[in-house]
Design a protein around this ligand. Sequence first.
Ligand SMILES: Nc1nc(=O)c2c([nH]1)NC[C@@H]1CN(c3ccc(C(=O)N[C@@H](CCC(=O)O)C(=O)O)cc3)CN21
Ligand SMILES: O=c1ccn([C@H]2C[C@H](O)[C@@H](COP(=O)(O)O)O2)c(=O)[nH]1
Length: 283
Amino acid sequence: MRQYLDLCQRIINEGVWVENDRTGKRCLTVINADLTYDVAAGDFPLVTTRKSFYKSAIAEMLGYIRGYDNAEQFRKIGTKTWDANANDNAAWLENPYRKGTDDCGFIYGKVGRNFPKPDGGSIDLLRKIVDDLTRGIDDRGEIYTFYHPGAFHMGCLRPCMYSHHFSLLDDTLYLNSTQRSCDVPLGLTFNMVQVYFLLAIIAQITGKKPGKAYHKIVNAHIYEDQIELMRDVQLTREPLPLPTFKINPDIKTLEDLETWVSTDDFEVEDYQYHAPIQYPFSV
Ligand SMILES: Nc1nc(=O)c2c([nH]1)NC[C@@H]1CN(c3ccc(C(=O)N[C@@H](CCC(=O)O)C(=O)O)cc3)CN21
Ligand SMILES: O=c1ccn([C@H]2C[C@H](O)[C@@H](COP(=O)(O)O)O2)c(=O)[nH]1
């Protein structure tokens, strides 16, 4: 929690104003932040200085694991986070690849689970990683990536947290996640939970012990219409003790995650938080 607040304060103190054409808003921006989550110790990185809707974050990641490409699929498992990008983004609405209401196109897990091969066909990157790790194999390239520049024109948004690289040391699993662009007040509160969750759940289904997750952020920003709430409200609050995160032990395989698992299989206990803050969202 401290590392999150330190990053917010650093943006307020040292950030540089950058124009953003896509949203038409300016962002106070810093380059590079490295966050670490000790999953072995159970340090669940949930924001306490405002209420976090963490179930949405977990639903989003579950959707990326399942290869979803439609906002309705995301809504059905508990998150509305893709509604605006699928249906309110002018450039995407005019895009000939858009298949109708709620379509997000070729994004995130849809890419990662069907990564096109230049010589034809596609690779299911996650299946390969889970199979390798289960057998104790780390080929130094266990990378679940959503980044395919040749397909950006076929989706509503380029992936922000675009790469998850797993590593094994003996029986301990590590994760390095990389994010190119980060909406610190809104997106990051979800992304921190997602990185922790991804390491914890992949460790569980591959029979490994979770170690640490390292989260690299390149462009970390606060939109101009979020600054006041961050500086004058959220950053004046004292962080509260962290909650604990529990995963249903019956989740044992990738197929479980693809079929019956829901956000009810994940519980946060003893979550203490300050009052909600509604930050403006930029499409
Ligand atoms: N500008 C922007 N920021 C983002 O963080 C973001 C995007 N766009 N586009 C793609 C996804 C969608 N994400 C989102 C979208 C909405 C919320 C949001 O409104 N969160 C509120 C309420 C969440 C709820 O009620 O479920 C929050 O207070 O956290 C968060 C992340 C993260 N990503
Ligand atoms: O998981 C996510 C997804 C998106 N974001 C934020 C980061 C940016 O503010 C926008 C994406 O805009 P680009 O112009 O494509 O960079 O969404 C996030 O923080 N986390």
